[in-house]
Design a protein. Structure first.
Length: 118
């Protein structure tokens, strides 16, 4: 039963990690849905998936297992991942001040770390 659950979660994680590739290949700034809303077109899940895939290596964010380890050790924080997306024009600068968005990225990083520990 444990193998079935692990296998299903692995497939789900791999399919989710592959999905932001098309979105992330453009070098345009992703706007806020509307000026009053603080939700961006790159979801926190997709942002962490992009970091995991290595989209932010040039900004100093490691990829794959090294990302998980760096996050667990406190060497990489959610704000670092968001800042990397801002530096590469994937998120607007105001995302750096969006506590809810950064907290959601942190939650996704926690989930990724916890998934790999279990």
């Amino acid at each position: 039963m444990k193998n079935l659950i692990f296998g299903g979660l692995s497939v789900l994680l791999l399919s989710a990690i592959a999905s932001p590739t098309v979105l992330a290949q453009t070098n345009t700034r992703y706007p806020v849905v509307n000026n009053e809303d603080s939700r961006y077109l790159i979801s926190p899940f997709d942002l962490v998936s992009m970091a995991y895939q290595g989209f932010f290596k040039n900004q100093g964010v490691p990829s794959a297992g090294a990302l998980i380890n760096a996050y667990a050790l406190g060497d990489v924080e959610a704000r670092d991942v968001v800042n990397s997306a801002v530096q590469t024009d994937r998120l607007p600068v105001r995302a750096l001040n969006d506590r809810d968005y950064i907290k959601a990225v942190e939650w996704q990083l926690d989930s990724l770390r916890n998934f790999n520990q279990g």
